[in-house]
Write a protein that binds this ligand. Structure first.
Ligand code: IMP
Ligand code: MG
Length: 198
């Protein structure tokens, strides 16, 4: 079960002892989810995914949605105890703002064939659901043996299309978040913790 975050989020509270290292950006405040908490949850997801796919006879194909999911995917990949290949898809539905433009462009599709393969689509955050839903539809057309979805974060408040997230890290409140791969206008992906911007 994903961890559900319901507590109010301090935005500019200054560094707490949870986050208070010099590596934190000044003014970023207390993290919504600390790097340690992320790491523990990602390891759990890795074990769960490895168990789910324990009996497949081809390597799992991890399809990472660029760019936000790269950090999560890199950690998730290394927490697997089963063989896995890596593919990337590129979508963009956000244009430097904090809400979806509603239009989705697919700039890059996977390189290798997916027919008959077990595919795990890896996303950083499911918001409206349009990104993951559109990409999942496109992948299904390529004839995979199975398709599941892993998302580090689930923000159900603004969901537009129904999405079944098979492996979910955290359910978060309706706040825009940055860090651990997630950006605002291309920035903040390098932060080890996840912060709320709104
Ligand atoms: P959706 O298509 O509305 O589900 O939006 C999902 C995509 O928007 C993700 O791939 C993220 O890249 C981006 N996104 C949504 N919410 C956030 C956020 O709070 N911070 C950073 N990126 C976000
Ligand atoms: Mg994204």
């Amino acid at each position: 079960m994903p961890e559900v975050l319901t507590k109010p989020i301090p935005v500019r509270a200054g560094n707490s002892k949870d986050s208070g290292t010099s590596a934190d950006k000044p003014g970023a405040g207390k993290p919504l989810i600390s790097s340690g908490r992320i790491a523990r949850r990602v390891r759990q997801l890795g074990r769960q995914i490895s168990e789910t796919y324990a009996d497949i006879d081809t390597p799992l194909v991890i399809v990472v949605i660029l760019k936000g999911a790269t950090v999560f995917a890199a950690d998730l990949l290394r927490s697997l105890s089963i063989p896995a290949e890596l593919e990337f898809v590129r979508a963009s539905s956000y244009h430097g703002g904090t809400s979806s433009s509603g239009r989705l462009q697919l700039a890059h599709m996977v390189d290798g064939p997916l027919v008959g393969r077990h595919v795990l689509l890896v996303e950083d955050i499911v918001d409206s659901g349009l990104t993951v839903n559109t990409i999942a539809r496109r992948i299904r057309r390529l004839g995979p043996a199975s398709l599941r979805i892993a998302a580090l974060l689930d923000r159900p408040a603004r969901r537009v299309v129904e999405v079944k997230i098979d492996f979910c890290g955290f359910v978060i409140p309706d706040r825009f978040v940055i860090g651990y791969g997630l950006d605002y206008a291309g920035l903040y992906r390098e932060l080890p913790h996840i912060y709320s911007l709104t």
